[in-house]
Design a protein around this ligand. Structure first.
Ligand SMILES: Cc1cc2nc3c(=O)[nH]c(=O)nc-3n(C[C@H](O)[C@H](O)[C@H](O)COP(=O)(O)O)c2cc1C
Length: 192
C-alpha cells in the first residue's frame, strides 16, 4: 500500500497557478529545473513511448520567439491586441518550458492517449514547479497552433505540437483564488 502523504494531498487540494505576467526573476537555474523536468517525465505513459519532449526556452530564445510572433501575427492578419498578448507572453518571460506532444507510431496506443499523456506532463511540471516554491502558469495562445511558428521558430516535426508553454519564475503578488468546479455537477456515481 502507498504510504499516506497528507502534505502532498494538501498541496493538491490547494494548489493554484500564478499568472505568467506577474512572474519575474530569479528563475530556476538549470540544476534547479532538473528535478522539475524529472518529475514531469515521470508522467503515466502507456506503452512507454515517451510521446513528449521538452524545449527549455531561456531569455534569448524567448526574445527571438517574441519577434517571430510579431511576424507570424502580421502574416496571419491577427488583430493588434491578439498579437500583443502573445508577443508579451514571450517578450516578458524569463523562463518557459515548451512541452512538446510528440506522438509515436504505435499499433497498441492510440494517438489520443499519447496526447492526453502530454497534457498530464504539463500539469505534472506545473505542480512540480509550484511545489518547489516557484510561481508557474500553463499557457497556450494562437502561436501554439500556428504550424509555421511550430515548424520554423520552434523546430518541431510535422506530427508534433505544443501541449503547453509552462512559465516558471518568482511570484510578485498573491494569486487570487479562482472559483472551482461544483463536484456534484461534474460527478456521476454509477452503482449499477
Ligand atoms: C491547455 C491549456 C492552455 C491554457 N492557455 C492559457 C492561456 O493561453 N492564457 C491563460 O490566461 N490561461 C490559459 N490556461 C489556463 C491557466 O493555465 C490556468 O488553468 C488558470 O490560470 C488557473 O490555474 P490553476 O487551476 O492552476 O489555478 C490554459 C490552460 C490549459 C489547460
Amino acid at each position: 500500500m502507498p504510504e499516506k502523504n497528507p502534505a502532498a494531498l494538501d498541496f493538491l487540494l490547494t494548489r493554484r497557478s500564478r499568472p505568467a505576467k506577474t512572474l519575474t526573476t530569479p528563475v530556476p537555474t538549470r540544476d534547479e529545473l532538473t528535478p522539475i523536468l524529472t518529475a514531469a517525465a515521470r508522467t503515466p505513459d502507456h506503452g512507454k513511448l515517451e510521446p513528449w519532449r521538452f524545449i527549455v526556452l531561456e531569455r534569448p530564445a524567448l526574445k527571438r520567439l517574441a519577434d517571430e510572433v510579431e511576424m507570424r501575427g502580421a502574416a496571419r492578419g491577427e488583430a493588434r491586441d491578439r498579437i500583443e498578448k502573445v508577443y508579451r507572453a514571450f517578450a516578458d518571460a524569463h523562463l518557459v518550458v515548451a512541452v512538446v506532444s510528440s506522438p509515436k507510431l504505435s499499433e497498441k496506443v492510440p494517438e489520443i492517449e499519447q496526447v492526453y499523456s502530454a497534457g498530464a506532463v504539463c500539469l505534472a511540471m506545473l505542480n512540480a514547479a509550484l511545489a518547489s516554491g516557484w510561481g508557474a502558469n500553463w499557457l497556450s495562445g494562437w502561436a501554439c497552433h500556428d504550424r509555421e511558428f511550430l515548424d520554423v521558430a520552434l523546430g518541431l516535426a510535422p506530427q508534433e505540437n505544443v501541449a503547453g508553454f509552462i512559465h516558471i519564475g518568482t511570484e510578485t503578488m498573491a494569486a487570487p483564488e479562482r472559483p472551482r468546479p461544483d463536484l456534484d455537477a461534474i460527478t456521476t456515481w454509477m452503482d449499477k
